[in-house]
Write a protein of this length. Structure first.
Ligand SMILES: Nc1ncnc2c1ncn2[C@@H]1O[C@H](COP(=O)(O)OP(=O)(O)OP(=O)(O)O)[C@@H](O)[C@H]1O
Ligand SMILES: [Mg+2]
Length: 247
């Protein structure tokens, strides 16, 4: 939980910090799309490009926020679970479709918001990506989903399908400093992931939960809220890690 909130807000903060950012909504639920204020529109998603019909570059749309652009999603992406496995190179579809976009060097960062399942869309994202950022909710089951994720990432790595793939970091979200539970989960996750856990923790905040219904990332919805401050710090940490990796 917290994937879309983190993708939208990290994208917006990185753009505000001067990076050219593409937010890529790869979830048929299209929450990242509405989260930056776009209406769902038929034919606007990456679906056709994944099937080799038309390019991804043409799918890029601007948002109301400087340096932040988006490839939106809509419900047709659901079809990918059925159509893609029948296509050749079904795990490399996104990688192939992304190449012309990468060649333009138009973006410094591309953030892909994945669906909840480890299905074909998420796998395509893992094959195309340099890194995976995992948001973890501060609750008891936080570590359970991670073992599956680790396994899949390990397989893609070991089989040479994507040897570049790294865990960019683990971001703790919905942190509530007043509860023992939050503190316990954080220390458990830190024990497991060590330095890979971002220092910044995202607090549980109603402002963060409200912002998407106004089509705005938190820094544009309530600039001085605790959630905005946290995502700004997380973005700085995240960009620092990317810059280190590219150096
Ligand atoms: N830090 C937070 N404080 C309060 N509410 C939050 C916070 N982060 C996310 N939420 C809310 O929790 C819900 C789930 O968050 P989000 O959509 O980011 O999760 P997700 O991982 O993308 O979910 P899905 O797997 O369905 O795509 C949303 O309603 C969101 O507004
Ligand atoms: Mg989501």
């Amino acid at each position: 939980m917290g994937k879309t909130t983190t993708a939208v807000n990290l994208a917006a903060c990185a753009a505000a910090l001067g990076r050219r950012v593409l937010l890529f909504d790869l979830d048929p639920q299209a929450n990242a799309t509405s989260g930056v204020g776009l209406e769902k529109a038929e034919g606007a998603s990456a679906y056709q490009a994944l099937l080799g019909q038309g390019g991804l570059v043409e799918k890029i749309q601007s948002t109301a926020f400087e340096r932040l652009e988006i490839i939106p999603s809509e419900v047709d992406l659901c079809g990918a679970d059925i159509e893609l496995p029948r296509a050749d190179n079904h795990l490399q579809r996104l990688t192939q479709a992304m190449q012309p976009l990468l060649d333009t060097q138009r973006f410094d960062i591309i953030l892909v918001d994945c669906p909840p399942s480890l299905g074909i869309l998420t796998l395509n994202a893992f094959v195309a990506a340099d890194g995976v950022l995992v948001p973890l909710q501060c609750e008891y089951y936080a570590l359970e989903g991670i073992s599956m994720l680790n396994r899949v990432m390990g397989q893609l790595h070991d089989k040479g399908i994507n040897p570049r793939l790294e865990l960019t970091g683990v971001a703790m979200t919905m942190y509530d400093s007043r509860t023992k539970l939050s503190q316990q989960v954080v220390s458990e996750v830190r024990e497991h992931f060590g330095e890979q856990v971002f220092e910044t923790m995202i607090p549980r905040s109603t402002r963060l939960a409200e912002a998407p219904s106004f089509g705005k990332p938190i820094i544009h919805y309530d600039k001085y809220s605790a959630g905005a401050a946290a995502y700004e710090l997380l973005a700085q940490e995240f960009l620092g890690r990317l810059d280190k990796g590219n150096a």
